[in-house]
Structures are given as C-alpha cells and as structure tokens.
Design a protein around this ligand. Sequence first.
Ligand code: TRP
Length: 444
Amino acid sequence: MDSQRESWGSRFGFVMAAAGSAVGLGNVWRFPYITGDNGGGAFLLIYLAIVAGFGLPLVIAEIVLGRTAQRNPVGAFRLLGGRAWPAVGYLGVLTGFVILSFYVVVAGWTLAYIGFMARGLLSTGPQALGADFGRFIGGGSAIAYATAFMALTAFVVASGIGKGIERANKLLMPALFVLLLILLARAVTLPGAADGLRFFLVPDFSRVTGATFSAALSQAFFSLSLGMGCMVTYGSYLRSRERIASASGMVVGLDVLAAILAGLVVLPVVFAFGFDPGQGPGLTFVTLPAVFASMPLGQLFGVLFFLLLAIAALTSAVSILEPAVSLLVDERGLSRTAAAWACAAVALALGIPASLSFGAWAGFTLFGKTFFDLLDFAATSVMMPLGALLTAVFVGWFWAAPAARALSNDGELRQPWAPAWGAVLRFVAPPALAWILLLSIGLI
Ligand code: TRP
C-alpha cells in the first residue's frame, strides 16, 4: 500500500480527531433543541438506545472500510466493491459539500456571537434578542463570518492530517470538554435548574410517537458523522494494527457524553429563566444570551459558551471537508493545499445563498423551503440516510466476510459481539434507514 499516505500520529490523536468530527453543532446546538422539541427524558432514552444499537455498528463499519482500503471513500468503494459501488463514494463527497455549505453558515453565527458577547452588544430581553438574531443572520456580516469560518477550516485541512487536523483536535477537544464542565457547574447551580434537569432526565413516555424515533435516528446519524464517508476517510489514515472497535466505542462514548453535557447546560438554563424548551433552532442563540445577561459573570460565561460552540463546529467542519480533499489528493494528484482551498471555495459558493435566505433572499422558496432549508433537507433527510443505507448494505451483505476478517486483524472477530455487529448491518440498519428515508421524503 502507498507508503507516502499520511497517517495519524497516535491512537489518542485518531480518537480525538474522530470525536472532534462527531462532536459539533449537532451536539451543542441541535441536540438540546431537538430534545426540547421531543419532550425531554423519553427522547434521551430512545436516542441512547439508537446510538448504541445502531450508530456504533455503523461507525465501526465505516472505519473498517477506510482502514482496509487506505483510500478516500470513492477509492475505497472502487477497490473493495468495484462495479457501481464507487457511486456511493461520490454521493458521500457530494453530500459533504452540501452539509458544509449550510454548516459554515451556522458556524459563522457562533463566531460572531463570541464577539457580540465579549463586547456586550446584544440586547437583554428575549424579544429584542430574537430581533437581534434575526437581523444579524439576514445581513451581510453573517456572510463575512461564514467566509472567515470557512477559511479557518480550509487552513486546518491544508495543514495536513498529523500537523493540521490531528494537532488541532488534540488541543481543541480537551478544551471543549473543560468549557462544557465549567458551564455545567454554573447551569446546574442556578435557582430553578431542577425543573430543567427533571425535564431532561425523567422520561415521560406519553410524548413518544413514531416521529420521536425518526427524530432520534436522524439526530444520531448527524451527530456521529455517518453516511457521507467522513469516518471512512478518517479510518483510511489509520495504521493496520489499530483496534477499531474500542476506538469507535470511545468516539461514540465521547459524542454521547458531549450531547448529554450540552443538554445539562442548556435545558436547566432555559427552565431556570422560564423559556420554552420547544422553540427550535433559536434556542441557543436567542435564549442563552438573555440568560447570560442576567447572571453574575454572565458575559464571561457567554463568551465561553460561544467559543465552545465555535470550537466544536471547527473540528467537525474540518472532517466534512476532508473526504473531498482526500479524493482530489489521492486520485487527481492535487496538492493538499490546492484541494482544500478549492473545495472550500465551492462549498462557500453554495453557503452564501444559504446565508442570504435568512435575509434578502428569504422570498425565494422551492417546495415551501428556503435555500438553507433545502440544503439541510437534501443532506440530512435524503442524502445521508441513503449513503448510510448503502454503506450498511455494502459492508453487511457484499463485503461481509472480508469486513469480518479486517476486524479480526486484532483478534476482534473472536469478540462475542462480532456476529451481532454483522446482524445489525444486514438486518436492522437497512430497514430502519429505508424507513426514515421514506418517512422524510413523505412517501409514508
Ligand atoms: N457530527 C457533526 C455534528 O454533530 C457534524 C458532522 C461532521 C457531520 N461530519 C459529518 C454530519 C458527516 C453528517 C455527516 O455537528
């Protein structure tokens, strides 16, 4: 195999990078409001069951695929599957561009809010904060922040695997957990926090419907960075003797931990100040600044919170860009630097209209969705579940024996869970994914 190919410097570096990919806006921004929307504790339980029973096996499958092939997703499917399978890799790379384009828009907001908090620029009442938020995301400066964020992402990716992505993650991931713990200590000691804790931790099954399961399933996928070759690509920089199952377990564990910590920060704060937990995407950007404004040392905590969000977003954005870059480097012979900046420019070109769809272009809609919503819907409701479905079918049905052998490099085939892993990929994941796919495109 190509001895020139870059690889992670250490097992810790790989785990931090993969966890950095997983832990992102999905955990800190999306998870608390989706949980709030879906009734709290019961959603949390269902989410945990889905992640363990179904997310973890797919994380392992993607990483095994990448490590065995030592190639980008397109190359991996070509090498191990041949025939039409490389199309799954191309679908993943394309999905990456779509996700990245709207991801950097929200990531740009987090960058801006660090500054707003630090300079005390936001209003105080929740009404005025909603207006501040609306005005900001619809304006031109939001585009500037998205551009700045994209440049940061491209810079890290251009710096390489060991010196760029791994180094950044080894620094930023521990910092993120420290910040989460500091904020947690503040949130749970607020007067009135107990109601939020009860909402988050005590299940109320009367609120569970079919939609709760599909929301938990798509949240789990988005959060674990599945379905677009992200984990395939990160796995491809692993040396062959690394124990994949335990590393995957750690990545999934850290991802769940970050989501729970974020829930423990956001929901008590929301309840302590009497806000509605089911108010959707504005939950962190509108509610939390109001809270910080009326809390001792709130400005400091506010800066820390948005810094945390920006860090989480950066380590994820880097991983969304990497599959396309690795394709161009492996197969088109581009330099890493050229590939990183070129792909970033393309994704930004899609991101700008997405950002404008909160302002000047809000009137342009298709199927009742703005451009931002369309990108989000296409990627997370259609392309990712489809990619994950095809990956599970490939590893479970077409590549099953070699996949098991690839795991057994480390004697892991003899682990009692190996048959269950295969069974999930064959029998559980494909129908479940087909179900959310059909559900989200409105066919059932
Ligand atoms: N998991 C990240 C988050 O929670 C986002 C992300 C990174 C992602 N890579 C991905 C989502 C690949 C889907 C596919 O924010």
